[in-house]
Write a protein that binds this ligand. Structure first.
Ligand code: PRP
Ligand code: URA
Length: 213
């Protein structure tokens, strides 16, 4: 990934361990959902290390002092529906005052092209630090489309966080957006003929919401 300086592949053993459990086809929906939330918290801890802060005057038991606090209302998480919703609770636990926008995209099963069906975003996007979230970066089509939509709505400061990425998705994302930081939990081998990530974890939305038994 050296050719893409905007990409951080975390490869942290605690994150890798939880992703390994996600990959297991026998992991039930309840555990899968909980793990996605926990991974989002851990990835958020890394991806949010440059969030804006402000100086606040407080009084410790000893003396008055000026401390730094996160400017939560300057942050916006934007999940790509559906599967991105699984990461929202974890990230808003980290930053409860953050705002949340929503972009609905689904991949056509034959062409694998993303189709937009929903978009509701804060009306002052240009002032916000925006973190687009989706567990899976496969062809990269959904991520690229979401970023394009956000830019069309005025977004300037963008980041992308995913749990598993395929090399094909990273290449496409970085060619389209070389300046947008991309945080990845695990980098997988390749896409298969149906544009699923191998070894991957299957369909993230179905596994989070239990829609396919
Ligand atoms: C999945 C996933 C991403 C997209 C990734 O969503 O959550 O949004 O596929 O694939 P891409 O990189 O090739 O675009 P899907 O379209 O299956 O919708 P869902 O979340 O509603 O299941
Ligand atoms: N979307 C998913 O949910 N999983 C994949 O492997 C690829 C796209």
């Amino acid at each position: 990934m050296k050719q893409y300086p905007n990409v951080t592949v975390l490869e942290h053993p605690l994150i890798t361990h939880k992703i390994s459990i996600l990959r297991d086809k026998n992991t039930p929906t309840s555990e899968f959902r909980q793990l996605v939330k926990e991974i989002a918290i851990m990835e958020g801890y890394e991806a949010l290390r440059n969030v804006p802060t402000k100086d606040v005057e407080i009084e410790t038991p000893i003396e008055k002092t000026t401390v730094k606090m996160v400017r939560g209302s300057k942050l916006c998480f934007v999940p790509i529906l559906r599967a991105g919703m699984g990461m929202v609770d974890g990230l808003t636990e980290l930053i409860p005052t953050a705002r949340v926008g929503h972009i609905g995209l689904y991949r056509d099963e034959v062409t694998h092209e993303p189709h937009e069906y929903y978009c509701k975003l804060p009306n002052d996007l240009e002032n916000l630090e925006i973190y687009v979230i989706d567990p899976m970066l496969a062809t990269g089509g959904s991520a690229i489309d979401a970023i394009r939509l956000l830019k069309e709505h005025g977004a300037k400061n963008l980041h992308f966080i995913c749990i598993i990425a395929a090399p094909e998705g990273i290449k496409a994302f970085c060619e389209a957006n070389p300046d947008i930081p991309l945080t990845v939990g695990a980098l997988d081998r390749q896409l298969n003929e149906n544009a699923y990530i191998c070894p991957g974890l299957g369909d993230a939305g179905d596994r989070i919401f239990g829609t396919v038994k």
